[in-house]
Design a protein around this ligand. Structure first.
Ligand SMILES: [Zn+2]
Length: 435
């Protein structure tokens, strides 16, 4: 009897399920006639570096539709959204649609002129819009949170980038360090990108291993940027940052200088950070820049991991920044070589020197601008020059493109403008925190 009862119930459930299915199928069909159908939507996917803003998925679809019906004389589009999977190439994705082979390669070539399709990422979103005959007329690739690549497909193919309108708000946070600036920041919901910028901002003032103590207070304001039609947001610049260790306060305000650079200054209008000199000697001429080149001695193509300054033998070489000599001695092809450790992240190296300044040896503290050695041609070198490297996280970086704080002091009108500016930033910060 029990078995019989179970069977009846099961049959009943299956029957109800079938009715619901029919109803949905009918509804779906209606939707198809009235609006556009949305084929493969997987909006739960998130782009790796950005966070997801909830509850926007439906709006997102509507907005997209609106945008295209506006710009395309109310043509009805069928939308298919593809989220790139691991190992999936763009060419493979195109195989889901009925492109002729020639058209397919034409599309790929046109896109590659503007965007290298090998850089397509897993989870990247691609939207295909087809007309009522299911012929794809438009492809939209989301390049980053505020840029789309639009591919218009007609007899000709037109590819262009479109920047989306953005809206930014300021977020403010304050926390105490119990473990580290970074991990406590993460625990206090400060985005990773902002914490990295915060560390960079203070990297010339603070040795994060040595200086930071328990109960150090961190206070920060930063831009949060939204784009229309998308479910993600990103983060812009730090507006305000303060680290308080016991009675010492380090504080920076964002400011766009008269020459158009974004930089950070304290209340006195001083960029107090001790930056790294890009040219650690006087009267030198840049003779070889950073990048691939044929080595003048070995003749092989090799990455040149520093920059060379041609200067007469004996020209004084200065310490690029405050720090401790990590190495001073002969170092293979580098010849007579000095390396200075400036903080957790930055080091500089000086090669082919003719000699060291008296007193310069491992463990000695040096100040920016202090003479440490003299230009020479020791090691693998064709003539007197200084080979200079800036090392960031143990990797050589291009000193010329490195964005370093300027060491500038604001004066006159620029200072007046800064004073108005920083008071607004501070008021905004406090308002956000204590409102
Ligand atoms: Zn060199």
């Amino acid at each position: 009897m029990a078995l019989n009862f179970k069977n009846t119930t099961l049959f009943f459930i299956i029957f109800i399920g079938f009715v619901i299915f029919l109803l949905n199928a009918y509804k779906l069909n209606l939707n198809n006639k009235d609006i556009k159908s949305i084929n493969k939507i997987k909006l739960t996917h998130i782009h790796a570096p950005t966070e997801k803003k909830p509850k926007l998925s439906i709006n997102e679809i509507n907005n997209l539709d609106n945008e295209f019906s506006k710009t395309n004389n109310n043509l009805k589009y069928t939308e298919t959204i593809i989220i790139v999977k691991k190992g999936q190439t763009f060419s493979k994705i195109l195989d889901n649609f009925n492109f002729e082979n020639r058209k397919k390669f034409e599309i790929i070539n046109s896109i590659n002129e503007i965007f290298d399709l090998r850089e397509l990422n897993v989870n990247q979103k691609i939207i295909f819009l087809g007309n009522d005959k299911k012929i794809i007329k438009k492809i939209i690739l989301e390049l980053d949170f505020k840029t789309n690549l639009i591919v218009d497909i007609d007899s000709r193919i037109n590819v262009f980038k479109k920047e989306l309108e953005t809206l930014s708000v300021i977020d403010s946070k304050e926390y105490l360090i119990t473990n580290s600036l970074y991990s406590d920041g993460i625990n206090n919901n400060i985005p990773n990108q902002i914490l990295i910028k915060l560390i960079q901002l203070f990297s010339f003032d603070l040795d994060f291993q040595r200086d930071i103590r328990k109960d150090t207070q961190v206070s920060v304001s930063y831009e949060k940027i939204f784009t229309q039609n998308k479910s993600e947001y990103s983060f812009g610049d730090i507006e305000y940052a303060r680290v308080t260790i016991k009675n010492n306060t380090l504080e920076y305000f964002k400011f766009i200088t008269d020459d158009g650079f974004i930089d950070y200054f304290n209340r006195e209008g001083k960029n107090v950070k001790k930056s790294i000199l890009k040219t650690p000697l006087d009267g030198a001429r840049l003779s070889s820049s950073f990048g691939m080149r044929k080595h003048p001695i070995s003749g092989f193509n090799k990455m040149h991991k520093g920059i060379d300054f041609a200067a007469p033998k004996g020209t004084p070489v200065y310490a690029g920044g405050n720090g401790v000599i990590e190495r001073a001695g002969i170092n293979g092809g580098y010849g007579k070589y000095i390396r200075i450790r400036h903080n957790n992240e930055y080091k500089t190296a000086y090669a082919h020197l003719s000699g060291f300044k008296k007193g310069i040896s491992k463990g000695v503290r040096v100040s920016q601008g202090e003479i440490i050695g003299y230009v020479g041609s020791t090691g693998l070198s064709t003539g007197p020059h200084l080979h200079y490297e800036i090392i960031y996280q143990n990797k050589q970086i291009n000193p010329l493109t490195l964005k370093l704080p300027s060491g500038k002091i604001l004066k006159g009108n620029e200072l007046e403008r800064f004073n108005k500016n920083y008071k607004m930033i501070l008021a905004n910060h406090l308002n956000n925190l204590f409102e």
